[in-house]
Design a protein. Structure first.
Length: 254
């Protein structure tokens, strides 16, 4: 196995990134897992082990049992509240700044709801699935940051008397139009497309990489394991983003 210093795929990918003016990056649960955040489908233990997360995360479950669903999402937040951006988040933010300083850009599109990209320094992040750090009144639509929500009882409610729910996309709901439009613009204008910590086989993520490939744009995949898209991308880089992204950045600057 090649060591990092003799990995030709890393050198080629770094060369692409060095020359690119606009880069679109799609991230998934894998980059957050490196910060200790459990992936959605990880086995549960303790109080919530008997619940199916696929059912709790459905809009019908929220309507049927808002107490249990909001309590579960509060628990999910408490499990990741102490998480910190890892070197992958930070390297991506540095890449964005590097390109912007040179007159280009890096558009960060994420399927994650934890806000770690922003905490790591990235700006203008497109949150395809929303954010658990914001909660929305179902009656009035008003938003508030999670630290201003009263969780002394469930479901939490607003002054308007509506249930407060996390501002995320539940199963059975449409993704936000603004985020979808921003993501499509990013993919249509990029000259390199990257996926990090995601298999990119569930739509709309799969559609973005397909669109990039159809445009003839070079594609880079960063993931510890092979994915169904590995055979279709230009460069597949195996390893955690916290190791691969800083190394890519280093090689870009050499």
């Amino acid at each position: 196995m090649a060591t990092p210093t003799e990995n030709p795929q890393l050198d080629k990918a770094a060369g692409l990134l060095r020359l690119a003016r606009r880069i679109a990056v799609l991230t998934g649960a894998g980059i957050s897992a490196e910060s200790g955040i459990e992936t959605f489908r990880q086995p549960r233990t303790g109080l919530w082990a008997r619940y199916d997360p696929m059912e709790l995360a459905h809009v019908d479950a929220l309507a049927r049992d808002p107490k249990t669903v909001t309590e579960w999402y509060h628990w999910r937040f408490s499990k990741c509240a102490d998480a910190r951006p890892n070197p992958g988040h930070e390297a991506l933010a540095k890449l964005q700044k590097l390109k912007r300083d040179a007159g280009g850009d890096v558009d960060v599109l994420t399927q994650n709801i934890d806000g770690l990209h922003q905490a790591g320094g990235a700006e203008d992040v497109v949150e395809l699935h929303g954010s658990i750090l914001r909660w929305r009144c179902q009656k009035a639509g008003a938003m508030r940051p999670i630290h201003e929500v009263d969780f002394s009882s469930f479901p939490p409610t607003s002054e308007a008397g509506g249930v407060l729910r996390p501002d995320i996309v539940l199963f059975g709901e449409m993704l936000p139009t603004g985020a979808l439009e921003a993501a499509e613009r990013a993919v249509m204008s990029c000259d390199v497309f990257m996926t990090i910590g995601t298999s990119a086989v569930v739509y709309p993520a799969a559609g973005y990489i397909d669109l990039a490939i159809s445009r003839g744009v070079p594609t880079v995949e960063i993931n510890p394991d092979a994915t169904p898209m590995t055979g279709s991308v230009t460069h597949a880089l195996r390893g955690p983003s916290g190791a691969v992204l800083p190394e890519l950045l280093r090689r870009m600057r050499d």
